[in-house]
Design a protein around this ligand. Structure first.
Ligand SMILES: [Zn+2]
Length: 107
């Protein structure tokens, strides 16, 4: 299975993130954000965690914390300024959709 596009799995979250990026003046991240693929889901085991990696290698050099209405959304960037990880905490809606999608892919 090739990595699915974020826009296919979590379209509502993507629009929410793009809206918040613009509020933060981080508009240049919109285009790369829309092209992101979900490489893997965070395996930390935390009940509140619905984070996912968007690059094969996650090396965080910088981050943008977004003023989410619910939960915490943090965009992690590597040293080349590419988005490598999206931290999603306290968002059961996102966790549910992520798990649904990846469960359905296993069969
Ligand atoms: Zn986690």
């Amino acid at each position: 299975m090739s990595a699915p596009l974020l826009s296919d799995v979590l379209p509502d979250l993507l629009e929410e993130i793009v809206f918040l990026l613009k509020q933060q003046g981080a508009d240049p991240l919109e285009a790369p954000m829309r092209a992101l693929k979900i490489e893997s889901i965070c395996d930390c085991g935390d009940e509140n965690c619905a984070s996912f990696a968007t690059a094969a290698e996650v090396k965080v050099a910088n981050y943008v914390e977004l003023p989410a209405m619910e939960g915490h959304l943090i965009i992690d960037l590597n040293d080349r300024g590419e988005i490598c990880f999206v931290e999603v905490l306290g968002r059961p809606d996102v966790k549910y959709l992520l798990e649904e999608f990846f469960e359905s892919q296993k069969q």
